[in-house]
Design a protein around this ligand. Structure first.
Ligand SMILES: [Zn+2]
Length: 169
């Protein structure tokens, strides 16, 4: 049976920064640069969710309840757009994937690291004119399964990315 899981996409409002998936990354994934511990940045900190406790490494963290896929939701477009216009780079991205493997009935968990994303990895779109925040500009990360997109699986250690497995499981 699939365990009941709390939604990973909504920010908590109990004073603890980050979603449960973001908190897991900060607690369990060491800095990809220097192996020191990562810490969550305050809620509302622009563009970045975690930073290293020792070096200058910072990253955006996304938590997804699905197997690794090519396109995931990003964030609001305006702030990233302003950043890119000043010549800054797209923040490194950590994606925490948790999903139920239907073929085995087991829960799977992987953390993928994208150290260098380019504008080709961003897809802009607008929210529909009906519903929440009509017309709001957002972006998705795309091309995450492309071999040409630099990436590494940080958790579990020594694991191959699911996307590289021959059969779709
Ligand atoms: Zn570091």
């Amino acid at each position: 049976m699939a365990p009941t899981l709390a939604p990973a996409s909504s920010k908590q409002t109990n004073g603890v920064s980050g979603t449960r998936g973001e908190q897991w990354v900060a607690k369990n994934i060491p800095c990809p640069n220097c192996d020191s511990s990562l810490m969550l940045l305050p809620v509302g900190f622009p563009l970045f969710d975690v930073q290293c406790s020792r070096c200058l490494f910072r990253a955006q963290v996304k938590a997804n309840r699905c197997k690794p896929k090519d396109q995931i939701f990003g964030a609001g477009w305006e702030i990233l757009d302003r950043t890119l216009r000043t010549g800054q780079l797209i923040p490194p991205l950590l994606v925490n994937y948790e999903w139920l493997d239907r073929s085995t009935g087991k829960n799977r968990h992987e953390v993928h690291f994208f150290p260098f994303l380019t504008k080709a990895n961003l897809s802009r779109h607008r929210r529909p004119r009906t519903g929440q925040r009509p017309g709001y500009k957002q972006f998705n990360y795309v091309g995450l399964l492309k071999p040409s997109t630099p990436q590494a699986v940080l958790f579990p250690k020594g694991a191959q990315a699911v996307s590289r497995e021959p059969a779709d499981r």
